[in-house]
Ligand binder design. Sequence first.
Ligand code: FMN
Length: 477
Amino acid sequence: MRLETDFQDLRPPRRSAPSDYAPGYTDSPCPPYYRLPPTTTAVPPPTKSAMFTPLPPTSHLSLAHRIVLAPLTRNRATEPNLCPHHLHVQYYASRATAGGLLITEATCISPEAVGYPSVPGIWTTEQADSWRKVTDAVHAKGGKIFCQLWHVGRISQPSFGTHPFLKRSGQPLPSVSASNVQMVHPKTGKPLYTTTYQGREECAVPRALLLEEMPRLVEDYNHAARHCLAAGFDGVEVHAAHGYLIDQFINDGTNQRTDKYGGSLENRVRLLNEIVGSLCRIMGKGRVSVRLSPTTLVNGRQNQMYYATRCSDPDLVYPHAVRSLNQYPLAYLLLTEPRWSGRDDGNPGTDQEFSKPLSNSKYRAMYQGTLMAGGGFTPATAKAALDAGVYDMIAFGRWYISNPDLVERLRHGHALNVYERETFYTSTFEGGGAEGYTDYPLLGEPLGRYRTMEQVDIGRSRKSGGGGGGGQTRSKL
Ligand SMILES: Cc1cc2nc3c(=O)[nH]c(=O)nc-3n(C[C@H](O)[C@H](O)[C@H](O)COP(=O)(O)O)c2cc1C
């Protein structure tokens, strides 16, 4: 479903009309709200914001600014070999900036790790060679790129094992998890559904990984990391968040093991530590990072349940996991702020998740390295978090999908292209390609079917109407 709002007449003046931005300009053909006020700029000048300063020399990562492309699954890999291709080169290159960091979409470490249609892998030489074209293009622009390593665990279904490419791999196939705990609705207890090549499928009961398989699993990560080095990646990010395999070990709702990978806090984060330690040995200092999605109990209930992943003690296990990562020379730790559920994100003008307070700032005191956050940031709240030193870097997801030149738009306070939710995940398998992927316009290019919104208008309107945006929200959002 496309938003009905027509932003065509709300777009800011093109860059070819710089006088519109000049202090004291009064004779604009545009209404005054189009212009950045000369003294009370909505976005502080770059020199006043940490956003456009380099990471400190104490960081294991060297970057010129603090805006990062969040990992974003887009389901556009080739079929059946699950490789990135020319559109990926274009997509990542157009988002690269000198001294900026991009994180790839979640990339499968093995056939067993695959849980969605047309998501790329990095376990074959062909996949690594295809990623090389992406990394070369990003490096040509002076950017850096990390590959997010993914194993979905129980979110995959046995039917993925019938995919021709996975089937003939001769390797273990989905679906596995810490324990044989089915993904069910937290309230009704009924099985949840997930997207497969067969359409929507009821989640099956996963197979619990055997103790003797664990070294093989760690080796699958190592194998993928070696391919990442061959592909020219600057580093890898271990996806240990959002209810996927490593998170299934961390949370006791999905981990009911009685061996050394279950039970105590230490045992539940053992897999994470084994993988990270092993990858650090392969990749070296400042070339491994981790994503975690800590939850917390509010009135006895988890504030967010990623893929129905229950946890009785999130306020114990996540601090334990975060502290355990201090022993490694990580490039960064990325924490998800639980402000994006994937359900209510169709309309950024009314999406109240952009206004929620931070949940995970307490981890600043527990983690000694470079801390990144992602999830529900607006340009203003990202600047505030960086300026206050709560986080060192901010990863943008949806706004980076729709704004290849997001960094420049944030630097100068320009309006943002509004993202189109319905093309987020249109897989190659179902005919997805450039649409909604590489066709978002740069500043000054024709908008086509897209529309823009002012940065200050993000999340300002109430669904019930009334536009709590102080009169600046002129759209139908
Ligand atoms: C289309 C889409 C795909 C995503 N894919 C991934 C992914 O592959 N790996 C991951 O860690 N997070 C993924 N996320 C979560 C994003 O990294 C990010 O946390 C989320 O978009 C919230 O940030 P935002 O408010 O800046 O969009 C995805 C989000 C979206 C919207």
